[in-house]
Design a protein around this ligand. Structure first.
Ligand code: 5GP
Length: 265
């Protein structure tokens, strides 16, 4: 039986989701997906009918896979369309934690990185989550200082470990479908004192570039020739001005692929 959300108390509303309290269990909340899509820290905004449902599906598939692989996440279950039951946070950490395998997006602007450059080991960056400030990146020495000196520093180190572990898991999963996970952004909160993956993981959270050929050589210094960014499946389609129909189509393709994750080992 589906829950009548309009009777529940709204705790928070973000750009793409609404959080409602769960009157039956104060330790959990409902996360409800919206059809909204935004880019440029909210400067660009549209509504794409049906997007909430495909994002819900992608998020469900990915979090169920991560839970199965032993990653600590807030996710519990998604038995009602567009609704996920998740653990309530004790504390939300106001950071976006980005991990990159392949140079794309904002890293191209810093220090003239070449698009397609491969990072091994993975690169992880912490951004302070603040739209008006455009999510500024935190200086590594500051992060190191927090890790060494500040109370809770181990949480920073733990977030980095979880981000890299999660990246490896999802990179290997998408590789089964001839797709490279280029980079992603995860968010964290504290649940029972431990850093835990929260929020959503959907087409807006990562870059996905299909392989350009059979058996690509993905271990070389630059992998751009092996991949096909023009066939990207992610939110860059929206950032770069593709039609809303095309964006929706790409997001639906992502949901079809993640729908197969349950069949992976
Ligand atoms: P970049 O720093 O290159 O713009 O983004 C790196 C990765 O993090 C990309 O996969 C991008 O989609 C994701 N990302 C960065 N900032 C945000 C953000 O504010 N919201 C979302 N949903 N994803 C972001």
């Amino acid at each position: 039986m589906s829950k009548d959300l309009s009777r529940l108390k709204k705790i928070a509303e973000g750009k793409t989701k609404v959080i409602y309290e769960n009157p039956d269990d104060p330790k959990t909340v409902f996360m409800v997906f919206k059809d909204d899509i935004t880019a440029g820290d909210g400067a660009k905004h549209d509504i794409i009918e049906g997007k909430a449902l495909v994002d819900w599906q992608t998020n469900k598939d990915i979090f169920e896979y991560l839970n199965r692989k032993g990653v600590r996440t807030h996710y519990i279950e998604s038995s009602q369309e567009k609704v996920s039951l998740v653990k309530k946070l004790d504390f939300k950490i106001n950071l976006e934690v980005v991990t990159r395998r392949v140079a794309a997006g904002s890293i191209l602007k810093w220090g003239g990185e070449e698009e397609g450059k491969r990072y091994d080991p993975l690169i992880t960056q912490y951004h302070y989550k603040d739209d008006p400030l455009h999510d500024p990146m935190l200086d590594q020495s500051y992060v190191d200082y927090i890790i060494r000196a500040k109370q809770g520093g181990e949480v920073y180190a733990e977030m980095k470990n979880i981000n890299m572990q999660t990246f490896d898991i999802l990179e290997a999963a998408f590789a089964h479908f001839n797709i490279q996970l280029v980079d992603f952004k995860l968010e964290y909160g504290l649940i029972e004192g431990k850093a835990t993956v929260i929020d959503e993981i959907t087409g807006g959270s990562f870059r996905l570039w299909p392989y350009a050929k059979e058996n690509p050589n993905l271990k070389q210094a630059n992998v751009l020739s092996e991949l096909d960014p023009s066939a990207r499946l992610d939110k860059d389609t929206y950032r770069q001005g593709e039609t809303l129909d095309s964006v929706m189509n790409k997001f639906a393709q992502i949901a079809r692929i993640t729908g197969e994750f349950k069949n992976l080992a």
